[in-house]
Design a protein around this ligand. Structure first.
Ligand code: AMP
Length: 122
């Protein structure tokens, strides 16, 4: 039997590590990023730990759709639904540092063309 250590985000979901949780349902949590790269920077994290988007399977279709719907809902609640970026870093070379799938919502730089053209990897 092989056991893998729980990811950082699983430990946050299990309340073993504190985080600023702004939304939770049976499938995911949403937390403020600890090192925000925009005035609003939150992470949408499935409770089911898929390491990378590229590791998702056909059976993950409904959770992936759920994360997208939560992204839109959270953006509305944060009043940034007219201007936000949704980012998934896939793989270390793309800047992924936590190998538990998560969506970044970045917003709050109204009208900044520069922000919307900036890479957020790494
Ligand atoms: P990525 O680089 O795409 O894997 O994103 C991981 C994100 O998790 C980074 O933006 C980190 O700032 C963020 N992060 C790391 N540790 C924590 C934590 N304890 N609480 C909240 N966000 C975290």
């Amino acid at each position: 039997m092989s056991e893998t250590a729980p990811t950082l985000f699983t430990r946050i979901i299990n309340r073993e590590i504190p985080a600023d949780i702004i939304y939770e349902d049976e499938l995911c949590i949403v937390i403020h990023d600890i090192a925000p790269q925009a005035p609003i920077h939150v992470l949408i994290i499935p409770k089911q730990p898929i390491a990378r988007l590229a590791d998702a399977a056909q059976t993950d279709q409904s959770i992936l759709g759920h994360l997208m719907l939560v992204a839109g809902d959270v953006a509305r609640r944060l009043d940034v639904d007219d201007a936000f970026r949704l980012v998934v870093n896939n793989g270390a070379d793309a800047g992924q540092t936590v190998f538990h799938l998560h969506l970044h919502i970045l917003a709050g730089v109204k009208g900044s063309k520069e922000f919307f053209e900036t890479d957020i990897g790494g």
